[in-house]
Design a protein around this ligand. Structure first.
Ligand SMILES: Nc1ncnc2c1ncn2[C@@H]1O[C@H](COP(=O)(O)OP(=O)(O)O)[C@@H](O)[C@H]1O
Ligand SMILES: [Mg+2]
Length: 396
């Protein structure tokens, strides 16, 4: 049983970048973090209420503050401001070992001279847990993770995936209130990563605890999270279920980060028709927005304006009415089996369209050659309208 509550959490690191600067040289900028007199704001105004047994994923590009946030929850990093509560108890100044949490890292950090069994038993031994209880817990965890047959092996005799299971097992035996994982699958190859992702979903159903999981991989975030927290430059961009953030991205950054291949973006116009209805104009296309979008834009009294228009590759249609089509030219066509990913040049931008091969059968079966002209359009329910200046979703 554990809820985790983060209230206006912030992390200030000392600003060391300026000092390295030689005379007359611009300091190399590695990030867009806010810099104050006190230092670099690696995390700011982080607010999140995590429910008991919830699986929350922090996701964002490298350097956005994910690990820092997790390490502050673990107690491995001092909290510069704000409050952290676990089960309603203030944790800011509680030692890591007294927080009742367990953390699994990207590099498994197993003790090389100990067997798998000893690695898993180690923390319990330190706590002077009775031998029989240690034995029961280690064997139970080994069974959950399917590593019983390796209990006598040393880590070097295990594959990467098996080592990661041991690292997870070592955390499970402690019955933590909160399970923290920092990019636990990043060191595994693609196939193993998919397999372990499924394992973590199973694991989650077997051990009833709260999970906070960090990754830079949007697929991992989407498949694992009950809710996902998208971060950029130390600031939360959006919190929501995978469906919410996919269907209703709060801004152009989230829209581009979530979804694969990436959402297409265009310079377009948001206009109002004579009857007051909102529509978007892109080249020849004039697309009236869906009722839901009409209502959202109306509620915020959004004025007609130049916008950044976003349309996902899976939502673009090759078929449509003749006169209102957008023109593109094929750059590359990637055959993926069940679909073709068409890369086009259109409206001065790169566009990706996913075409289901099932839709191409019979006389419509098209071989997309480089340089081939293509016409496409999109529906008023899948057009995302973002402010050109701020990137904010104008429906919000
Ligand atoms: N000990 C530290 N001292 C100074 N800056 C740090 C330290 N640790 C991390 N940072 C900076 O804080 C930012 C966030 O880092 P981190 O939380 O590791 O990001 P992520 O895990 O999302 O990749 C980065 O810009 C990083 O360079
Ligand atoms: Mg990290």
């Amino acid at each position: 049983m554990a809820t985790v509550s983060l209230k206006s959490i912030k992390k200030l690191y000392p600003n060391t970048e300026g000092k390295k600067k030689k005379k007359g040289e611009e300091p190399e900028k590695k990030h867009n973090l806010q810099i104050t007199d006190e230092g670099v704001l690696a995390v700011q105004d982080f607010n999140l209420e995590i429910a008991d047994k919830e699986f929350v994923v922090l996701v964002g590009p490298s350097g956005c503050g994910k690990s820092t946030t997790l390490r502050m929850i673990a107690g491995l990093e001092e909290i510069s401001g704000g409050e952290l509560y676990i089960d309603g108890k203030l944790m800011n100044d509680v030692a890591p070992k007294d927080r009742d949490i367990a953390m699994v890292f990207q590099n498994y950090a197993l003790y090389p001279h100990m067997t798998v069994y000893e690695n898993m038993a180690f923390s319990l031994k330190l706590k002077k847990t009775p031998k029989e209880e240690i034995d029961r817990k280690v064997k139970e965890a080994a069974q959950i993770l399917d590593i019983t047959e390796y209990l006598d092996r040393k880590p070097k005799a295990l594959s990467g995936g098996q080592r990661q299971r041991v690292a997870i097992g070592r955390a499970i035996v402690r019955d933590p209130k909160v399970f923290l994982m920092d990019e636990p699958l990043s060191n595994l190859d693609a196939k193993l990563r998919n397999q372990m992702r499924a394992e973590i979903i199973k694991l989650r159903s077997r051990i009833d605890t709260t999970f906070i999981y960090v990754t830079h991989d949007q697929t991992e975030a989407m498949t694992l999270g009950d809710r996902i927290v998208i971060m950029k430059d130390g600031v939360i961009q959006q919190v929501g279920t995978p469906q919410e953030v996919f269907n209703h991205p709060a801004n152009a950054f989230v829209a581009g980060f979530i979804g694969m291949p990436q959402m297409n973006f265009y310079d377009a116009e948001l206009v109002r028709e004579a009857d007051g209805k909102y529509a978007v104009n892109l080249e020849n296309a004039h697309v009236v927005l869906s009722d839901e979008k009409q209502a959202n834009l109306k509620a915020h009294d959004v004025a007609p304006q130049s916008i950044t228009l976003g349309v996902r590759p899976e939502h673009i249609m090759l078929a449509g009415s003749g006169t209102q089509m957008i023109h593109g030219v094929v750059d590359v066509s990637e055959m993926m089996g069940s679909a073709v990913h068409l890369h086009l040049r259109a409206c001065g931008r790169d566009t990706i369209i996913i075409v289901q091969t099932m839709d191409l059968q019979g006389e419509n079966n098209v071989d997309f050659g480089i340089g081939q002209p293509i016409e496409f359009t999109f529906g008023g329910n899948v057009a995302h309208v973002f402010s050109k200046e701020t990137g904010r979703n104008l429906e919000f």
